[in-house]
Design a protein around this ligand. Structure first.
Ligand code: SF4
Length: 354
């Protein structure tokens, strides 16, 4: 399988007339403005570190509302990126934008530069939650934009948030369900963090908003990841990444951890392993070596499950490249079987998602 790389450009707040309660785009992106002149140099620098074969490389314009920029500025960025696609050293261009900044004319422009994937900053499909977050559009706008993006031949990505004001797990499950129904093939899940200088920070100061605890955020994200993965949707990000430049002092509260996704994956493996504890005839468990850290868990938190299966974890487990990532193989006296996300779907997901 090819390894994916995205060469990211964060375009803070450019073109965005809104002020969502959680957003200070400049702080979240950690960048103070990018111009089309920066693109070629940056792409060349990234490409010099990426293997030339066995990879899928994309240039991504994130952070702002790309299609809200003037056509001239959009073209400036696209024209700077496109030669890399033409030369075949980059496989495609992707970008993120708001659902209410999509129309046929805007998509025609993106098509001219062979943009491959358009990610919508959906955040929630619950209109109450969208209103409370001051997003400035409703779920119907997401539906229209998603349909148009697919009709024009782009891949569709949805970005969603957990822990928004007034957002309950049911709102988030509903948002995930709609992403599947609307045809998203990839998603990003962002837990809300309180960023200094935002309206949410004032609410947090006044105790009108309480962010999710880390353990609750991990639990919600794990359930969503299980759902997306059994639905065939790729989760390309879970948690804010350190490369997005969220500086320590700017994050006032909330579930921000540089290894957030690893913690979520660890929890999923922990849940899958805990289901084996009652079986007394397990002879061995094989996992993909690339999953080693999450199989044993963040700070080895899954070891107790393995010790409950066998006194000698060393003799119980082995690495096997042929095992599908995100799963493991179990060998018993009677049979061998494959344990994947669907193994725990019943206990983790509400009936609306099953
Ligand atoms: S639409 Fe995006 S860039 Fe604009 S304020 Fe909201 S989150 Fe920030």
């Amino acid at each position: 399988m090819k390894k994916n790389y995205v060469i990211p450009f964060f375009i803070p707040h450019e073109g965005c007339p809104h002020k969502c309660v959680f957003c200070d785009q400049r702080k979240i992106s950690g960048h103070r403005g990018v111009s089309p002149d920066d693109v070629a140099r940056t792409v060349d620098a990234y490409l010099s570190t990426i293997p030339a074969s066995g990879t899928n490389v994309e240039i991504g314009f994130f952070g702002g509302t790309f299609t809200g920029l003037s056509a001239l500025v959009q073209e400036g960025f696209l024209r700077a990126a496109y030669p890399f696609v033409e030369k075949g050293v980059v496989n495609g261009i992707r970008l993120s934008t708001r659902p209410d900044f999509i129309d046929k004319r805007k998509l025609d422009l993106l098509k001219r530069y062979e943009v491959r994937c358009v990610e919508l900053g959906v955040q929630s499909m619950s209109d109450n939650v969208l209103t409370a977050a001051k997003r400035g559009y409703v779920s119907g706008d997401v539906e229209k934009a998603s349909a148009m993006i697919l009709k024009e031949g782009f891949l569709l990505g949805h970005q969603m948030m957990i822990g928004l004001p007034f957002s309950h797990p049911e709102d988030e499950y509903y948002t995930a369900m709609r992403a599947c129904e609307l045809g998203a093939s990839q998603v990003r899940i962002y837990p809300v963090v309180v960023v200094d200088g935002t309206e949410l920070a004032s609410w947090w100061n006044e105790k009108r908003y309480v962010p999710l605890s880390e353990s609750e955020a991990i639990k919600r994200c794990a359930n969503l990841m299980i759902y997306f993965e059994i639905s065939g949707i790729k989760v390309i990000r879970c948690g804010l990444h350190p490369s997005e430049g969220l500086l320590g002092d700017d994050c006032l509260a909330g579930p921000f951890h540089p290894a957030f996704r690893q913690k979520v994956e660890s929890r999923i493996f922990g849940l899958m392993l805990s289901r084996l504890e009652k079986m007394d005839d397990i002879l061995g468990i094989a996992f993909n070596p690339e999953d080693e850290a999450v199989f044993f868990g963040f700070q080895k938190e899954n070891l107790p499950f393995l010790r409950n299966i066998s006194h000698s974890v060393k003799d119980l487990v082995k690495k096997d490249m042929s095992v599908l990532r995100g799963s493991f193989m179990v060998k018993t006296r009677e049979k061998d079987f494959h344990v994947e996300r669907s193994f725990i779907a019943g206990e983790c997901l509400p009936s609306m998602l099953l």
